[in-house]
Design a binder for this molecule. Structure first.
Ligand code: ATP
Length: 333
């Protein structure tokens, strides 16, 4: 049996609780994983003076795969985001966020099944900001032909591989004519090379309205970094919240799997964290590790427990602790 090396980054807030749930459930599938613990986030910053120690980057480079809990980033000042630094250090240029309705979780919409593909390395996340004169700050939005083409190629290749029908590029090129204009040019060029996949474009504000009106009209959404961040949370809200939506950060040599949600300090340590988003991310990781059967077992266990009226965490209207919910999932495996 193959033993897969996976770097495990517990992170901050609810991170250690949801990551522990992942270790328990993945181990219960019988897949052999060599979990290599590493630090990142606010706790790491307090201890080492950096939210992303070199040793963590080296560990992920060596293993090629990491599972990461959420890491906190201070607002308005303090240390730089461990997430952004990790994505940049390992060139994890594609952020993939499948958003699906969950049977047994009542929401306004049923049968939502879309995928957010977010560019992960540039845009306003370049963090290039400076004071022009007191009272005036400039923040640079960097869009390159290379990164835009690469993420568009990723989205179309993903659509072809997963049997998806349509890629929709989301932009604001009516206002940011040069930067978003370049992004669209790249998307159009890549779309022409993939005629089997339908392609269209929508302005980001209209996209938000249409998502709330009828999310079922979308298939694969292709976005720059900032729009992708915001639209991902909107999409999570369509299917039952941040506790459910998984994510993967993918590059040519490394992959880091993590939920869409943040460290949720308001519920940390209370046993109220929903580990489903992390478990679905773990399922994506198992597919990446070519363990599709174990991935399917985890997905089916979640479906069985939630659709069957089993225990659920408070964010989904239940009263189960994280541990009780995970016990039920392991029993359902
Ligand atoms: P950060 O600063 O790390 O982004 P945050 O609290 O600002 O943290 P999120 O953690 O993404 O942002 O989530 C916002 C709210 O959604 C949380 O305060 C929490 O109440 C809820 N939430 C997020 N993730 C979960 C989860 N896994 N289980 C239950 N509730 C969650």
């Amino acid at each position: 049996m193959t033993c897969h090396a996976v770097v495990l980054i517990p992170g901050d807030g609810i991170g250690p609780e949801v990551v522990e749930a992942v270790v328990r459930v993945v181990n219960a599938t019988g897949v052999a994983i060599d979990w290599r613990r590493a630090e990142a986030g606010a706790a790491a910053a307090a201890r080492n003076g950096t939210a992303l120690p070199e040793s963590t980057i080296d560990a992920v480079r060596a293993a090629g795969v990491a599972f990461k809990g959420p890491t906190a980033t201070p607002i308005g000042g303090g240390f730089a985001s461990a997430n952004v630094a990790l994505r940049r250090a390992l060139d994890l240029y594609a952020n993939l966020r499948p958003v699906r309705s969950q049977e047994g979780v009542p929401t306004r919409y049923q049968d939502v099944d879309l995928v957010v593909v977010r560019e992960n390395t540039e845009d306003l996340y370049s963090g290039i900001e400076h004071i022009v004169v007191p009272g005036v700050v400039e923040s640079l939005k960097i869009i390159t032909e290379r990164a835009s083409t690469r993420i568009a190629e990723f989205a179309f290749a993903y659509a072809e591989r997963e049997g998806r029908q349509r890629v929709t590029a989301v932009h604001k090129a009516n206002i940011m004519k040069m930067s978003d204009g370049l992004f669209l040019d790249c998307c159009r060029r890549v779309a022409r090379a993939h005629p089997a996949i339908a392609y269209d474009e929508i302005i980001v504000d209209a996209c938000c309205m249409r998502l709330v009106e009828n999310p079922r009209r979308f298939d694969v959404l292709l976005l720059e970094n900032l729009y992708g961040d915001i639209v991902s949370d909107l999409c999570a809200g369509l299917v039952g919240g941040l506790g459910l939506v998984p994510g993967a950060n993918l590059g040519d040599t490394c992959a880091v799997f993590e939920a869409v949600h943040g460290s949720a300090p308001d519920i940390a340590g209370k046993g109220a964290a929903n580990p489903t988003a992390c478990l679905r991310s773990a399922s994506l990781m198992l597919r990446h590790l070519r363990e599709p059967e174990a991935a399917l077992r985890i997905d089916r266990a979640i479906d069985r427990v939630l659709a069957g009226g089993g225990p659920r965490t408070p964010d989904l209207g239940g009263d189960a602790t994280t541990t009780r919910y995970v016990d039920a999932l392991i029993a359902a495996l």
